[in-house]
Design a binder for this molecule. Sequence first.
Ligand SMILES: NC(=O)c1ccc[n+]([C@@H]2O[C@H](COP(=O)([O-])OP(=O)(O)OC[C@H]3O[C@@H](n4cnc5c(N)ncnc54)[C@H](O)[C@@H]3O)[C@@H](O)[C@H]2O)c1
Length: 328
Amino acid sequence: MSKKALITGGAGFIGSHLTERLLKEKYKITIIDNFSSGKQENLRHLLKNPRLEIVKDDLKEPIRLQKALHGCKIVFHFAANPEVRIGETEPKTHFDENLLATFNLLESIRKEGAGKIIVFASTSTIYGEPEVMPTSEDYGPLIPISTYGASKLGCEALITSFAYTFGLRALIFRLANIVGPNSTHGVIIDFINKIRKNPKTLEILGDGTQTKSYLYITDCIDAVIYATKKFLRTKNTVEIYNVGSQDQITVKDIAKIVAKEMRVPNIKLNYTGGIDGGRGWKGDVKIMNLSIEKLRRVGWTPKYNSVEAVKLAAKSLSSTTALFNDSR
Ligand SMILES: NC(=O)c1ccc[n+]([C@@H]2O[C@H](COP(=O)([O-])OP(=O)(O)OC[C@H]3O[C@@H](n4cnc5c(N)ncnc54)[C@H](O)[C@@H]3O)[C@@H](O)[C@H]2O)c1
């Protein structure tokens, strides 16, 4: 197996951590990123590594992608617009940034010939609101309730169809909420930004009872690397794994943890009440609990639970000096 890999979205939150880890594993890495949310500074400590090449390109209209793919046996596809909430107002964004971008990538991989492996960052939101929890990979029917979830489920379908039609192999990770340094979106960032603006009152979207599983970034990267190594030793065409922690935490408890980390433990929590029975916004899944039994069976378990993951992330993100962009 050639140790040359392409990472789409390698300048983003998860992609930058994955890049760092794969460089440690002696991979030669080419990053494709349009820097829409990705940042050069996420990679600053890696820039001197001669095994890292960064190519600015947009998967919606790729120009440099084909050349960058030469010699790469494995492609980690982590570029996307991961912001669920914008689906309410700009549903086309998820179609373009996720589905179209994935189709363009698959077409370029196909042109390189059979035998390549694509590792895809999918999401728990493809399950919609499942009746069975913890939800395992074979749960169905899959009825996403957000355009983000729909676009990611569509990406999974495109990827598996390309695998069976054009001789690729595909490893799909359905990720829970991933948190940690370099993150630019999600509930922890939202709370940090709001507390910085107003340390007296914290607005919470929804009724605060939304309950989900959170995984710390180092656990996420460990799972991806662990399962990828396993997959490389098989001949399977498609493999799918949930990646999450084994417990859940409410939005209300996340608010308390972030407030404590930012030394405003007595801040007033102000719930918007939300819509459709306390959701933060249309498309917000209220309860998410992934079964990670499949990954456990092959030998991986997370180091941190949801509370520990949120605490670690709140600590590192709240000590970052720059204000984050609210729009993501
Ligand atoms: N963070 C999570 O909790 C979470 C959960 C489930 C799934 N995921 C998935 O994991 C992946 C990484 O998410 P993240 O949280 O690191 O997000 P992120 O926004 O930090 O990273 C996405 C990266 O993709 C790049 N990108 C976006 N559109 C592009 C395009 N058209 N062409 C080239 N580059 C483009 C961005 O610049 C950014 O660097 C995404 O596919 C996301 O859907 C994330």
